[in-house]
Design a binder for this molecule. Structure first.
Ligand code: C2E
Ligand code: CA
Ligand code: CA
Ligand code: CA
Length: 275
């Protein structure tokens, strides 16, 4: 038993070290990427179920020279506060892309930007974002900030001030990963959000014949609160059919498009995804 204990301690110790080294390595990659402009954004369409065309694009962060996924590097960025510079880079890059598409005569589609809870430490983020849209003559209603349910569980007065600050400047707010938190639905009645994004896990659970009334109720609930609703992670046609029938507003998922490079997104602007 003693031997075992010792071995498993050594093993545990080694694993801890690996995890720490990995974090340090990711941190270095992120610092380099900020310095060398080695981040890029992919864009995933959200399809409007009424028009069958793209309503908006969600900007999703990638590293140009690494296969690391955001689920791996965003947590490190958050722990090291690099998320503040990265968050600003994302906002700027997304807005520059919006302007580029507009200049090419493609028109204006809403761009959704993910916002991390930890960016609250960036006191001037709203000022930064507001300056960007004003400088570029963009209607702030075309910029949607995605916050998560966990954001609402944090530090109440600060988060509420942030959300109201965004609304005062005319930005839109989406509640991401909806249904994955443990909070009550009560907050939907008082936080100033415009849209909820139903998480993939909820869709996978409730988009089937046995549970379709649950999904229909979720959609009705959102609409009764004057919220738009996007279903995320939709991969199958049957899911689309049920969402359409239930009156869902938007769908995002591999069924229609994966996140794509800007030059590919540009070709989808008027594509009829649903006839
Ligand atoms: P999220 O905001 O919930 O983004 C949706 C994720 O689901 C994306 O993963 C997207 O590629 C993926 N996805 C979309 N459709 C489907 C589908 O049909 N099936 C499946 N299996 N997956 C689908 P991605 O790009 O790897 O991003 C993961 C998470 O990393 C995001 O989750 C978001 O929380 C975070 N993230 C990404 N970019 C940023 C960013 O710029 N800033 C911040 N703070 N977080 C970001
Ligand atoms: Ca998101
Ligand atoms: Ca999500
Ligand atoms: Ca997520």
């Amino acid at each position: 038993v003693k031997h075992n204990g010792k071995n498993s301690f050594a093993f545990y110790h080694r694993k801890m070290k690996d995890v720490m080294n990995e974090k340090i390595e990711i941190e270095m990659i992120l610092r380099e990427a900020l310095k060398k402009n080695a981040f890029k954004l992919l864009y995933q369409p959200q399809i409007d179920l009424n028009s069958g065309k793209i309503h908006s694009f969600e900007a999703l962060l990638r590293l140009k020279d690494h296969s690391l996924r955001p689920d791996q590097f965003i947590p490190v960025a958050e722990e090291t506060n690099l998320i503040i510079s990265i968050g600003r880079w994302v906002a700027k890059a997304a807005i520059e892309q919006f302007v580029d598409w507009r200049n090419k005569g493609l028109g204006e589609k809403t761009i959704a930007i993910n916002y991390s809870n930890k960016q609250l430490r960036d006191r001037d983020f709203i000022i930064y974002l507001t300056q960007l849209v004003k400088l570029n003559n963009i209607n702030p209603e075309l910029i949607e900030i995605e916050i998560t349910e966990s954001f609402l569980l944090e530090n109440n007065s600060e988060t509420m001030a942030f959300l109201h600050g965004l609304k005062e400047e005319g930005f839109r707010i989406a509640l991401d990963d909806f249904g994955t938190g443990y909070s009550s639905l009560n907050y939907l009645t008082y936080i100033p959000v415009d849209k909820v994004k139903l998480d993939k896990t909820i869709n996978d659970k409730f988009l089937n014949l046995a549970n379709n009334r649950v999904m229909d109720s979720l959609i009705s609930l959102a609409h009764s609160l004057k919220l738009e609703i996007t279903a995320e992670g939709i991969e199958e046609w049957d899911q689309y059919l049920q969402l359409k029938q239930g009156g869902c507003d938007y769908i995002q998922g591999y069924l229609f498009s994966k996140p794509v490079e800007a030059n590919a997104a540009e070709k989808l602007f008027d594509h009829p995804f649903i006839m």
